[in-house]
Design a protein around this ligand. Structure first.
Ligand code: UTP
Length: 272
């Protein structure tokens, strides 16, 4: 299996938990400090060395495409990279879930392994290596589909896809099964899926075999379950923090945490 060179960013979801904000504005375009969330996501991919990026958009998401146009006041400084990445777009016709969105990347990915970064999730590394790059490094140990995982507090287990399997050296975990949102007492571990995936092209066959689950959506977790049985799937821990902005509360919390950590803006909090 070759090296990961391409990133896929699904950003076509309806964002219904953000209603009414998302009636005319994608949640991926909500600001965190002075940039929209999708900017951080693209930056994360670029900082991991990925310069071919496919963003999956859908109904009402045109502003994401516009955002990546060149602008005369262009302040898009993708940190530390002189070359602007090649960004491609495809439209998911109907919002049928994350696995369905990933299906649209098949032609772009061709026969290569690739990274999937959710359009509504930001990662901050706790060391010098971006979290995406940490995952890519874990991927090279096995050349098999590898999911970024984290330890989940007991009371949050029912919000996550939880892994069942075996702890291995080097922060790796061999996945036997994935349980979507279990009750804490039924959970096989406290290791949860975080929304960053290094996938091999075998995922497309697995996606073709799944049926719609909760809310009629095709869940990527279900495809990974199939892959864990027919092939090998690994989890990899990372050093860093994940900011899911998928709900109003999480977005507001992330916004303030970033303000607090930014010397340009944190004085605002003193005067509130
Ligand atoms: P979510 O399930 O968090 O997004 O998907 P959502 O469907 O927009 O949220 P709600 O439940 O309606 O509030 C995680 C990521 O996958 C993308 C979303 O845009 C988000 O970045 N996604 C989800 C798609 O691209 N297509 C889909 O059909 C569903």
């Amino acid at each position: 299996m070759g090296k990961i060179r391409k990133a896929v960013i699904p950003a076509a979801g309806l964002g219904s938990r953000f209603y009414p904000l998302t009636k005319a504005q994608p949640k991926e375009m909500l600001p965190i400090l002075d940039k929209p969330v999708i900017h951080y996501v693209v930056e994360e991919a670029v900082n991991a060395g990925l310069n071919e990026i496919l963003i999956i958009v859908g109904k009402g998401k045109e502003s994401i495409i516009n955002y990546f146009d060149k602008h005369e006041l262009d302040k898009l400084d993708i940190s530390g990279v002189s070359k602007f990445p090649e960004i491609f777009f495809v439209r998911q016709k109907e919002q049928l879930g994350l696995a369905d969105a990933v299906r649209y990347s098949k032609a772009f990915v061709d026969d290569e392994p690739f990274l999937v970064l959710l359009g509504d999730t930001i990662y901050k590394s706790k060391n010098k290596t971006p979290v995406s790059k940490q995952l890519m490094n874990s991927f090279t140990k096995t050349d098999k589909t590898t999911i970024a995982i984290e330890e989940v507090p007991t009371e949050k287990i029912r919000d996550y896809g939880i892994l069942s399997g075996k702890e291995l050296p080097n922060k790796l975990f061999r996945v036997d099964d994935l349980i979507e949102k279990p009750e804490p007492k039924d959970a096989p571990s406290n290791l949860g899926i975080t929304g960053l995936y290094a996938l091999t092209p075998e995922i497309f066959d697995a996606i073709d075999r799944i049926k719609p689950g909760k809310n009629g959506e095709y869940q990527l977790t279900d495809a990974l379950k199939i892959l864990a049985k027919s092939d090998e799937v690994f989890g990899a821990r990372f050093e860093g923090k994940r900011y899911d902005i998928g709900t109003k509360e999480l977005w507001i919390r992330t916004f303030f945490e970033f303000v607090k950590g930014d010397s340009k803006f944190n004085h605002i909090l003193d005067n509130l």
